[in-house]
Each structure stands twice: as structure tokens, then as C-alpha cells.
Design a binder for this molecule. Sequence first.
Ligand code: G3I
Length: 473
Amino acid sequence: MRKRTALVAFAATLTLLAQPAQALPQEAPLAQASLAAATPGIGHDYEPLRDAAARSGKTFGFAYAPHIANSDAKYKAIAQREFSMVTAENNMKWDATEPRRGQFTFNGADEIMSFAAANNQKVYGHALVWHAQMPAWAKSITNRDDMRKAMNDHIKGVAGRYKGKIEAWDVVNEAFEWDGSRRPSELQKVMGNSWIEEAFRTARAADPNAKLCYNDYSTDGINSKSTAVYNMVKDFKARGVPIDCVGFQTHLIVGQLPASNKQNLQRFADLGVDVRITELDIRIQLPASQQALQTHATEYGQVVKNCWEISRCTGVTIWGISDKYSWIPQVSPGWNAALPWNDNYSTKPALASVANAMGAKKNGSSTGLVCGISAKVGANWSTGYTTDIVIANKGTTPIDGWTLQTTLPDGQKLATGWSGQFTQNGQRLSVSNTSFNKTIKPGESVSFNFNTTKNGNSSTALRNFTVNGQQCT
Ligand code: G3I
């Protein structure tokens, strides 16, 4: 996790240039929920994930970059169909909204507001005060009162403009270090410890209806950093400093979802604040192995499940849609595959895993993965037996890469397998494609087989399979 800290520190040194002025788009307001429901998913055949989230009283969000929606129809279609909340990936940050002191530029931010309104989506404001993407003019202030004025004027300018229209604001972003100390940013160095609570009080006055959040990364499990944030929130609640929510960015490295994630979210919720997964992505070293993709899917599902099981968790936001536009490779070369949609908008197993964790229903259309399984006992001898499995694609789009999971009878162990990559974890057996049987075209099938030991049990025809996280019969 130290590596992660270093990466983010590097990312934070990158500066966003002010967005060029552009005309406000006039999105025609649509009855989006019903339109979305009628539109097939891209890369999957679940109902819109926003609808599944809504049944649990949660929102499913994404980080939105308007310039991508304007040039990539698939990105835009997914943005409209799947999500009930929008976070500005960059356009509401300090350098984008106030590139010169007192001169506010709201082109990109306004574009996001109109997109969200047209698509019946809530807006999560990100971020009023952050040491990164803070304009040079503000960073160069050395006088305490002047810095306070600049910060407060900025909050009033931005939160004031969108008063009553923002669900929640990240008032302060990333103000703590790994060890729980305050990050020595210009904000901290010039204003001292009180700047965070001052920012929250100013934001409350500027937009009394918006929920006010503190947001950070590497706070996903119980550790020194999350405990420092926890103590701050506890103190704010005790002293009446207005804080309503805490955002957990959850930028993860595959295989490193902290075991204490749910417990950590719950301890914050128990302080009387909402919690949210605000920037979820899970990076994988490229090329992504089938095993990594499986862990990736499991962790995506687990994060959603953890949130879903906490009543004060308002939902999950993923940091983008397609890997194609992810921030990851820019700061972490050789890593990506971090989002549920691939570069070409096919989906990873993570998509089904998220959908299943939300209890999403199948659309009934056959635009995505629809699998059929035939499993039977083949050769059979005193100490072991062979299982022959066929996966059929009964859908209308190719299955491009697959992982089948099933459970072996107690005590039985995988011995050898053919035409697949096999791993056994406890009694769970995962089988992923090889390079030669990766794609299953519609109407076609692949077969593989493996031997298991009997361990005193008899041979058993296996049942209950998932392929890429979806139940197959
Ligand atoms: O807009 C300019 C463009 O004009 C210029 O040609 C180009 C050259 O590099 O840069 C463009 O700006 C980039 C901007 O993203 C928009 O694409 C910046 O270089 C780049 O640094 C910036 O990165 C953003 C990063 O925050 C900056 O810290 C990422 O898109 C954004 O995903 C990322 O988001 C942060 C959250 O706000 C807070 N939590 C961590 C998360 C990931 O770092």
C-alpha cells in the first residue's frame, strides 16, 4: 500500500489546466429511467444498474468527463443507462472553476449539471478544497488571512452557484498522510489545523442543503490514516462542526482489498455520518491474467456488498467507465484493467459481480452473456474420476474470455485438468480459458475436463456453475 501512496502523491503533482470556454449544451430532458430500461446494456444483459441500486435505496455513480461523452457514443450511452449519480472527474475542481483569483469559469461544471439533469442523475460535487489541482495563484499565498479568504471565497463561489442542486460535496479532499498526520500542503502550512473545519462551516453556509463530506484514499481499511480521519469526524460531531458524510475513494490494487473494509465503513457510519465508496477502481498489472480478473471481480463484488450491507452507505461510485480513459496508466505505467468495462466496451467478470452484488435482474434480452452448461462424470476409477464440462454461448454476442466457478464435493481435490487454467481454493474450483478457447461465439461451445480425487466419496455430477459471475444452468 506504500506503493499506492507514492503513486497518488505523484498524481497529485500533475496540474489540470483551465478548461477552454465552450457553449452550454442543451440536453433535451428525457424520461431517462424508462428510456434506459428499454436500452440494452453495453457488454452485458442486466437491467440498468441504477435501477438495481435504487431498489436498495442506494445510488450507483461514476466519474464523468464531458469531453469524452461528446466524442464517444458508447461511453455516453453507458453513462446515461447505468448510473444514477455523476461525479465530475475534473471539472468542478479549484483550478477548473477559478483559474484566476475571483474569475470563475463554470463551462465544464455547467455541462455536467445539465447532463445529470437531463438523465435524472444526482450530482456529487468534487472537490471544493484539495491541495492538488489547486491553482498556482492560490498555492502561492503565504498570508494566513489571505489564504482563508481565498479558500472561503472559492467555496462560496462554487457551492453557491450550485446551491440546492448538489447531493453532497467533497468539501475537503485528501488532507491526511499515511501515518495519520496532517498532509503538509500549502493549505495546512499557511492556515494551520483549523482550515478543515473552516471549510466545512463555509460550505454549510453556502449550500445548506448539500451534504458535506470529507474524502480520502487508502482509508478503506482500519489503519493509521483512516483512524485519524475517524477521530476528526468524531471531534467534528462532538463540537458541532457541520459534517454529514465521509467518502472512501477505494482506489485499490487487485488482491489488496483490506479485510477490515466493511468494519471500517461501519465504524464511521456509527458516528452518525453517511459513508460512500466514491472513486472505486481496482488496478491490475498488465497483461491481466484470468486469475487476476477473477480476484478483481470478487473484490468489486465484495466492495459493493460491504456498502449494501450498511444502511448508511449511500452507494458506490466507480472512477470512470472504460479502461480506455482511466487515470491509472498515466500515473502507473503497466497497470490498468481497473474498471468493469474494457477498452472496447466488452465487460470484465467484475461487471457481473457488481450486478449480482446489487441483485440486478437480467434484462430478458440476449445481448450479453447467456451460458448453458453440460457437466457429466466421464472416466471413473477407484480413487478418482473425470468430469467433462461444456460451456455453450446461448446469447447473441461473443463471450470473450471466461471463468467458470463451481464447488467440488467435500474432501475432493483437483488432480489434473485439460483445456483450461485450473485453481482450487478450499472446495471452490475456478477454470479459466486458455489462449486457444478464449472466445465462444454465439451458438458455439467449448469443452474441457479434469480429474478429481474421490477421497472416499463417490463420483458426483457437479451442479451450480457460474461463468463470468453469472449463474448458468
Ligand atoms: O486538460 C488537460 C489538457 O488540456 C492537457 O493537454 C493534458 C496534458 O497532460 O492534461 C489535461 O489535464 C489532465 C486532466 O486529468 C484531465 O484529463 C491532467 O494532466 C491530469 O493530471 C488530470 O488527472 C486527474 C487527476 O485526478 C489529477 O490529480 C485525473 O483525470 C482524475 O481522474 C484524478 O482524480 C483524482 C480525484 O480527483 C481525487 N482522488 C484521486 C483521483 C485519481 O488521482
